[in-house]
Design a protein around this ligand. Structure first.
Ligand code: ADP
Length: 259
């Protein structure tokens, strides 16, 4: 459209949300998307209104994890209607282009894509917008910190040194663009055998807490390596999705007249 190339004004988008929280990581595969989605579900369970934006243009995983792998967003004129599942309104590039289509955009195109999705989606607004960022410190992070007023960033990391080094780079990028660090989450922290309860620190344990203390960040907690977490992600049924209580079975004894 004619307006597509217009430079966005600073902090222009998502202003109808009270809090805009970015979930970030230095490396890929550390569980950032899993944490982002489950944080959204947990907030939803607390009675908050929550939306999500999957800003991972190159490897969107929200459609799979939220169980709408092939679902496509409705586009009406210039407006994109957000997807909705588990009471969360969300949008991902995966709901606009076909799965398997590789996105090979250069920086300015990524900027434009993020800008257009944020602008054209009819966001309902509310308490929280959770943004699942791509890993690293690239164009998307910079674009988002320019076009939205991020309340803060949650950093997801595994306890390994290689992951921690990259996480610190992501942290320093946010600090440079004045985005507060809400805290660090250590994911894949140890494995507790469901059979014998023995704890095996596959990627180590405690590294994130140590790093948080050293740098004066909040340490938000540890999530162990857990089979159900992985299965839930692959099946599109997030661990912390709202559990609707089953209706109590009708007590048929009182319905049947005793003769
Ligand atoms: P990222 O967004 O950092 O690339 P994902 O959230 O996509 O990472 O997670 C990568 C894979 O690891 C997924 O298959 C996910 O289900 C799995 N996973 C994430 N966290 C855990 C965990 N705590 N225990 C077991 N599997 C996990």
């Amino acid at each position: 459209t004619a307006t597509t190339n217009a430079a966005p004004t600073r902090n222009q988008y998502l202003s109808n949300y009270k809090h805009v929280v970015a979930v970030a990581s230095g490396k890929g595969g550390v569980g950032k998307s899993t944490v982002a989605l489950n944080v959204a579900c947990a907030l939803k369970n607390m009675g908050k209104t929550v939306s999500m934006f999957d800003a991972d243009i190159y490897g969107p995983s929200l459609p799979l994890m939220i169980g709408e792998r092939t679902g496509k967003a409705k586009v009406v004129g210039n407006q994109i209607m957000p997807m909705s599942r588990y009471g969360i309104e969300y949008m991902s590039i995966g709901n606009l282009v076909d799965e398997g289509t590789s996105v090979i955009w250069r920086g300015p195109m990524v900027h434009q894509a993020i800008d257009q999705i944020l602008r054209d989606t009819v966001w309902p607004g509310g308490d929280y917008m959770i943004i699942d960022l791509p890993p690293g410190t690239g164009d998307v992070q910079i674009t988002l910190s320019q076009v939205t007023a991020l309340s803060g960033a949650v950093i997801v990391c595994t306890p390994q040194d290689v992951a921690l080094i990259d996480a610190m780079k992501a942290i320093s990028m946010f600090q440079k663009v004045n985005v507060p660090i809400i805290g660090m989450i250590e994911n894949m922290s140890s494995f507790i055998c469901p059979k014998c309860s023995a704890e095996t620190p596959i990627f180590g344990v405690g590294g994130c807490e140590k790093e948080s203390n050293l740098n004066d960040f909040n340490f938000l907690g540890r999530i162990p390596i857990d089979l159900e977490t992985r299965v839930c992600g692959d099946n599109g049924k997030p661990m912390l999705k709202k559990i609707t209580p089953r209706p109590a079975p009708k007590d048929i004894r009182f319905g049947n007249k005793l003769t």
